[in-house]
Design a protein around this ligand. Structure first.
Ligand code: AMP
Length: 285
């Protein structure tokens, strides 16, 4: 595996690879890598000549400075893990390498209000930061295919819209959520869970499954949201939202009829760790 810290050196190397006719697959991450990330990177390697993975904790997508400070940084073990699964290129830039002219700019893109709901409503500025960094990373890596996880459902939906709106010549590939045995979606933030919260964190997945059963039984999305919020209110846990949305528009639905893709998305505080998860309740991505 080759590791690049400098953007100019990565760009030069990728140009050479492309001149040889190689296809580039790219997985952007913020590091503290786990199996969820590795699954994406492995698939990137299987479906492309060259797999590139970036590790960059993007400050512009954090709306709370404390969250940014507490974000785990484990570059050495990330690099070892990537090497062991056969990743070809690790790109680990500094902030200056990503934003050489400063990060104080916004990408002009029509997101069709996809950024107004759920995470967008609770984390002001978050998606502006995500769009900014992913656009920059696509430019730097010139990737043919971009790999993202369903774990961040709203994120990939927004990036899909960005790619469409800006006519970017990259195919977005969405990969299923990788979970621990008890159902908790793997996340870099899970290492920060207190043992007493970790033990109970599978409740999130259980409530999502319950929501799916309720949808199948024809119960109303409004009632399901209400019940799910109630179920998630256990000691130490605080649900922020549990929205049942049209998977294409991300708007909350009031009836499951005539909606092809229904997704339940939730954010739950477990102590001071914010966890997000989702499940497709009807249709396919
Ligand atoms: P992050 O480092 O959290 O920004 O995640 C980088 C990429 O990995 C994103 O596209 C995430 O959706 C994806 N990802 C994170 N956790 C998981 C998971 N448990 N299963 C599948 N993909 C994941």
């Amino acid at each position: 595996m080759k590791t690049f810290y400098k953007t100019s050196e990565l760009v030069k190397h990728i140009k050479e690879l492309k001149a040889q006719g190689k296809t580039i697959g790219f997985t952007p991450t913020m590091g503290a890598l786990h199996n969820g990330h590795f699954t994406l990177v492995k698939r990137t390697g299987e479906e492309n000549d060259i797999s590139v993975c970036s590790v960059f904790v993007n400050p512009t997508q954090f709306n709370a400075a404390s969250d940014l400070d507490k974000y785990p940084r484990t570059l050495e073990s990330d690099a070892a893990g990537l090497e062991s699964i056969g990743c070809d290129i690790l790109y680990a830039p500094t902030e200056e390498e990503i934003y050489p002219n400063g990060s104080d700019y916004e990408v002009e893109v029509d997101l069709n209000d996809l950024d107004k709901e759920m995470e967008g409503a609770h984390r002001p500025g978050h998606f502006e930061g995500v769009v900014q960094v992913v656009k920059r990373l696509i430019e730097v890596t010139s990737c043919d295919k971009l790999y993202m996880g369903q774990k961040d459902f709203q994120q990939f939906t927004i990036i899909r819209q960005m790619i469409k709106d800006l006519n970017i010549d990259t195919e977005l590939v969405v990969c299923p959520i990788v979970r621990d045995e008890d159902g908790l979606a793997q996340s870099s933030r899970n290492v920060r869970l207190l043992p007493k919260h970790r033990k109970k964190a599978s409740i999130i997945h259980r409530v999502l499954e319950q929501a799916q059963q309720w949808i199948n039984e024809g119960r109303s999305p409004i009632e399901i949201t209400y019940k799910a919020m109630e179920y998630l209110e256990i000691p130490g846990f605080k649900p922020e939202y549990f929205d049942i949305v049209d998977g294409k528009t991300l708007k909350k639905i009031t009836s499951s009829e005539k909606v092809d893709l229904i997704v339940a998305c939730t954010a739950v505080w477990a102590g001071d760790v914010r966890l997000i998860d989702n499940m497709v309740l009807k249709g396919t991505l």
